[in-house]
Design a binder for this molecule. Sequence first.
Ligand code: H79
Length: 434
Amino acid sequence: MMKTISILALLFLTLFSVAQDFTTNQKLLNEFQDMKFGMFVHWGPVSLKGTEIGWSRGREVPNEEYDNLFKKFNPTQFNADEWIKTLKDAGMKYFVITTRHHDGFSIWPTKYSEYNISQTPFKRDVLMEMKKACDKYGIMFGTYYSICDWKHPDYPLGSPGGSTKKETGNMKKFVPFIKGQTKELIEKYDTKILWFDGEWEEPWTHEMGLGFYDYLKGLNENILINNRVDKGRKGMEGITISNEFAGDFATPEQRVGTYNIDAPWESCITICKQWAWKPNDEMKSLEECLFTLVKTVGGGGNLLFNVGPMPDGRIEPRQVERLKEMGNWLKNNGEAIYGTKGGPYKPNDWLASTRKGNTIYLHLLNYKKNKVQIPFPDNVKIESCKILKGKKLEFKKYEEMIQIELPKKQKELITVIEIRMDTNAEYLQTIHLN
Ligand code: H79
C-alpha cells in the first residue's frame, strides 16, 4: 500500500515538475477560436520569380540573384485596403502576413537589418498599411516570422536542410536579432498573433523556444504565439507532442488537422499549390475550398487560408473571385461556422458537424441520398430539425439513431441541417461514424 502511494506521489511530482505554466490569454484564445477563418499571405521580392518563397533560394534561383531581387521589387498596384476588403468579403476574420520568411527579407523598415522594404524602389511601409487597413475593417492583425534565416550571417545554416553551414554563425548574436525584430512587431505594429516557423532546424533549441516565448509574453501578455516557437511540433501533423513545450495553438500544415476539441489548433492550407505566387498555379475548386473549411471547423480547428499576391501587389483576380464565392457561402451559412465548437460527429468524407448552445449543425458534403441516418444520443429530446434558414425536415428518432428525410434533388455542395435540442450540445460526447 505504502509503496503504491509513494509511486503515485512520485508520478505526480514528475508530472507537475514537467508541466510548464504558460501564460495563455484565455480570452484572446477564445476570440481566436471563434473566428474560424483567416487569411495567410506569403509575399516578398521572390514573387518576381514566381518560385517558392525561401525554399527556391539556392535551388531554382541562385543565392546571388535571389538576394538582389529586392532591388526590383516595386509593387505599384499594392493597396492594403483592397487586400483586407477581399479578406472581409471572403468571410475571413483575421490576417497573418509573412514579415520575414526563411530568405531573411523583412517587409517593414526594421532597424535591425538593412535587407528590408525601405531599400526597395517601393520604399513604403507596407506592413503599417496592412495593419491600418485591418484596424479599419475590424480584422485581427497577425505576423508570420521565420526563426531560421538562411541569409543572415549570424544564423548558422545557409540552405534548406542545413547542408550549407556559415562560418560566421553565432546563435548568441542571432537570438537578440530576432528578439529585437519581434519587439518591433509587437510594439510598433501591435501584432496580436506571432506565427513562427523554421523552428525545426538544429540551431534552435527547446531552451531558446521557452526563453523566447516568455520574453514575448513579457512584452505583451495579450498576444497569441503558435507552437512553432518551440521544438514540440510533430512534423506537418502540427500537434504539440507534450505540454512541456510552449505554444498557444497547434499548426497542421497543408492538411485538415485531426479532430481535437480540447486543444486549440489551426490548419494552414494554400488556395493554389505554392505558398508564394506562381503564374498559372493550380487553384483549388470551390468544392475543395469549402469542404476544407467545413472539415477543419467540424474537427475543432481554424483555417488559415493562404494566398500569394503578385509582384505588382495585387491578389490574382481568379483567387479574389474564389474567395468571394467562399464569402457568399458563409453569408448564408456562417451561423453554422463562426463561434461554434467542432463535433459531436467526427468528420468523415460526407459529414462534418459543429455545435453551439442547444444546436447541432450537420454539414452534408455532396450528399445525394434522400435520407440520412446517424447515431444520436437516446436521452436527448429534439425540438426541431430543419435545413438552415430553410424548411422543416421530417425525422424519426429510435434507439440510439436519428433518421432525417431530405428534400429531393439537392443541388447544394453542402446541405446544412440545424437540429435544436433540449440540452446543451456542447456537452455531448464525440460520436464516431462508421
Ligand atoms: O511558410 C510556408 C512554408 O514555406 C513553410 N511553412 C509554411 C507556412 C514550410 N516549412 N516547412 N515546409 C514548408 C516543408 C518542410 C518540411 C520539413 Fe520538416 C522540414 C521536413 C523536414 C524538415 C517539419 C519539420 C516537418 C518535419 C520536420
